[in-house]
Ligand binder design. Structure first.
Ligand code: BGC
Length: 804
């Protein structure tokens, strides 16, 4: 039985018989309890959770506005419960709970071969736990719990529901009352800690009204096709006229094929389909147990005039948008918009890789690379802290990080190992949250996991043999390498593992050097938050463990020593990187763009070495017609690698390229989200099997904010920050804002022609009170600005390289 660290007195209840076997998803269950209220109620509340996903209804009306409760967590360790205030009337009140398979019981693994995919990961059937507390006006109380007094049916109108295949709803059975049986108490196979919800709710956001764009062809000739104009994650809702037994089928897809039919190959085994069986007359419906990734739907089994209303509803976690970037180039604005939509579509309770195919997993590497961009645009703290809790629970004893978190099954379905970027997520994600919020507790909480990972990595590097026997080159056991690069095939990307792994290791050492110092400083000064937790987490890896003032000093010393060790390690790794991979001081023996980008961005090497590497990188770009040739791991950094090493124009040239592979090629091809592969959609409209809604390449958003707008924190959390726009690319103006913990920072720059031989750069800036901004104008002039409004300007040479 699950540990009872909550108020819920109820029992885990479900249906007696399990009729499905993995990988099938279970039939959704509907639970019911009629509550007879005989006297006036002062207040009533329900606490509920489930293995599966659930929705509560009181007299048929949904409680709360969240979707997919109790949310996706590492169920073996932790399960959230939700609280609902309810209004009970005197007399009979019918409380129902719909529980579908969701993540815990439904099919949801990332294995492409469906015969190997799994359902029933955390439980063998949808299971409910609930307590209702009623306080009467006369002061008495009553508790209603999930127990044998409840009824259950697997013959409700919800015939089927899962993430990949969609939902089947039979409206003809809505009035049938006959199939209820008594629930049984079940023994759960996992024993999570049950805690109040600490993540964001998934809720309904934007709605879209589609355009009808015609009928499908061939086999799909009677399918009516609608275009919502935006690729997104969510559901459709409709109002239709139907006849009892009439079956309406809705297929969902991200793209259209040239033959006029929906493109569904990239869904792999996921059907992403709604089957709705009508009753007679007017009816409304929206699915509750699934979501889809789509822009288009194809509807069959109904005449167009019987569709009275059709809407698309975007569903995602309640993350608040806190950033805005706009500029004079409409293509860059579209790119920024696509980045926002790929974030929304993949922030569905956990950070997923994609919202459409039979995957939708918390791939660690994807968020590790995207977190900076995401945190400029959205307040990610609560959302990502929830995910980090799962990361910590699921980390292996030697620091291994599962490829996807929460894990799905064991090693066969979710490998867990020490591997670059995907593993570095345990450092990169907390570091980005810290940078955007200034909240040191995220570093404290995750320090132990980071340090354990880094010790594990050092052990792995020592085991790297074969071509790289040095214990400062990290090859073993596996790296994703230049994952999804435009060249070659996956084998070639993986073969870049030693370069990528080693460079990422150096970078993480550099971050750990800083993190240890921040925590040492904190250990020395006044503790923030709960003293006991604080020292416990800091001390867990930094012995001796301490709580008193004096011991805190020991802890600080230990952290400082660890910081030095990381700094020294970074140097050793850097030296070995150059010794092993370069044929002279800075030219790679085996040249590829990522091979230069990573050491450049990761601050490996001297200023001179970096200048030479930047030249080599530009040569490779020139040879490649100024097209990008990088995979997931270096794409976020390539423009910084150029701009920060004297190649601002080259960075703009690459950013503004619109032939594939490039960011703007996607825009030119009409993308409304960012793609998994640079050329997912080919020039002739044919599609390479890949996701059209993946945020990895959208990590370029960080550059839009940090270099084009020029905004970045100097002190984490923007207590002091920099505004140093890098002008170029023909941009005439940029507008940017970001809500920092101290208030909104707003800036706008523009360039105006002053005459034949001069242009002027103007900057308008709002600096939140109590913060300070270090402004650098394009002519190099600097100024420190305290809270308030600031206007600055400088003259620019009219035809200089930066402002043509
Ligand atoms: C996912 C990725 C992930 C990658 C790693 C893909 O299937 O969609 O985004 O990081 O696999 O192998």
């Amino acid at each position: 039985m699950a540990r009872k660290e909550h108020n819920m007195q109820g029992k885990w209840i479900s249906i007696g018989e399990v009729k499905t076997k993995s990988p099938e998803s279970p039939t959704p269950l509907l639970f019911k309890r009629v509550i007879n209220i005989g006297k006036p109620v002062r207040k009533a509340a329900i606490e509920a959770t489930a293995l599966g996903i659930y929705e509560l209804m009181l007299d048929g009306k949904k409680l709360g506005d969240a979707y997919f409760a109790p949310g996706f967590t590492s169920y073996e360790h932790i399960l959230q419960y939700q609280t609902y205030e309810v209004v009970l009337k005197q007399g009979l009140n019918e409380l129902t709970a719909l529980v579908g398979g969701g993540w815990a019981v439904g099919r949801s693994t990332f294995i492409q071969d469906t015969t190997q995919s799994l359902s029933q990961i955390a439980a063998d059937r949808p299971t409910l736990l609930l307590t209702m507390t009623i306080e009467y006006e006369d002061g008495s109380t009553e508790t209603i719990e999930s127990d044998e007094s409840w009824l259950v049916t697997d013959k409700s109108p919800w015939r089927f529901g899962d993430w990949y295949d969609g939902e089947i709803y039979d409206a003809t059975t809505e009035d049938k009352q006959g199939d209820w049986t008594q629930v049984i108490e079940v023994e759960t196979k996992i024993n999570p800690k049950i805690v109040p919800q600490y993540g964001e709710n998934v809720t309904a956001h934007e709605t879209f009204v589609p355009d009808y764009i015609g009928r499908g062809t061939g086999e799909f000739a009677d399918e009516l096709i609608y275009d919502f104009g935006q690729n997104f994650a969510g559901i459709v809702s409709f109002k239709i006229k139907g006849k009892a037994g009439q079956q309406v089928t809705i297929r969902h897809a991200e793209a259209m094929m040239n033959d006029g039919n929906l493109y569904v190959q990239n869904l792999r085994s996921a059907k992403q389909q709604i089957i709705y069986i009508c009753r007679d007359g007017l009816q409304e419906y929206e699915p509750k147990l699934t979501y889809m990734g789509f822009r288009y739907v194809g509807i069959s089994g109904i005449k167009p005039e019987d569709i009275l209303e059709l809407k698309g509803i975007a569903l995602y976690s309640d993350i608040k948008q806190i950033g805005l970037f706009e500029c004079s180039n409409p293509d860059l604005n579209r790119l920024q918009n696509n980045i926002l939509w790929s974030t929304k579509s993949n922030f569905v309770d956990i950070p997923t890789d994609c919202p459409q195919r039979d995957e939708r997993q918390g791939w660690t590497g994807d968020i590790a690379l995207f977190v900076d961009t995401a945190s400029f645009n959205f307040d990610t703290k609560k959302f990502l802290n929830k995910w980090l809790k799962d990361l910590r629970s699921e980390q292996g004893p030697n620091g291994e990080i599962p490829f996807v978190i929460p894990r799905r099954g064991g090693d066969e379905t979710t490998p867990s190992m020490l591997t670059s970027t995907w593993g570095d997520s345990c450092i990169l994600v907390p570091w980005a949250i810290y940078q955007s919020t200034g909240d040191e507790s995220v570093l404290e909480e995750n320090y132990e996991a980071m340090d354990r990972y880094m010790r594990g990595v050092e052990g792995c590097a020592a085991m790297t043999q074969g071509a790289y026997p040095s214990n400062r080159i990290w090859d073993f056991p596996f790296h994703f390498g230049d994952w999804c690069a435009p060249y070659g095939h996956p084998g070639m990307w993986l073969a870049k593992g030693p370069w990528v792994g080693t460079a990422c290791w150096a970078y993480s050492c550099g971050l750990m050097e800083k993190i240890c110092l921040i925590l040492a400083d904190q250990a020395e000064t006044n503790p923030v938050g709960n003293e006991e937790n604080r020292t416990a987490s800091v001390a867990a890896c930094v012995k001796p463990c301490i709580t008193s003032g004096k011991d805190r000093q020991d802890c600080a010393e230990a952290l400082k020593a660890r910081s030095k060790a990381y700094a020294a390690l970074k140097e050793e790794i850097t030296d070995e990187f150059f010794r092993t991979f370069m044929e002279d001081d800075t030219k790679l023996k085996e040249e590829f763009q990522t091979g230069y980008v990573l050491p450049l961005y990761f601050e490996m090497g001297t200023k001179e070495q970096k200048a030479q590497m930047a030249d080599h990188l530009c040569r490779l770009l020139e040879e490649n017609d100024w097209k990008i040739n990088t995979g997931f791991q270096s794409t976020p950094f390539i423009l910084f690698a150029l701009a920060d090493n004297g190649k601002v124009d080259e960075a703009y040239r690459l950013l503004l390229q619109d032939e594939a592979p490039s960011w703007l090629y996607q825009v030119k091809m009409g993308a409304t989200t960012t793609w998994e592969q640079w050329d997912s959609v080919q020039k002739d409209g044919s599609i390479k099997e890949s996701s059209l809604n993946h945020y990895a390449y959208g990590a370029v958003g960080d550059f839009l904010y940090r270099r084009i707008a020029g905004l970045e924190p100097i002190e984490a959390g923007y207590k002091t920050f920099r505004v140093a726009p890098q002008i170029g690319g023909g941009l005439e103006w940029v507008k940017c804002s970001h809500v920092s913990p101290y208030g909104e920072i707003r800036l706008k720059w523009h360039i105006s022609e002053d005459g034949e031989d001069a242009k002027t750069f103007y900057l308008e800036l709002d600096v939140p009170v109590t913060t300070e901004c270090h402004v650098t104008l394009p002519d190099g002039s600097r100024k420190r600005v305290a809270g308030g409004h600031y206007s600055g300007k400088c003259r620019l040479p009219a035809f200089g390289p930066d402002c043509n």
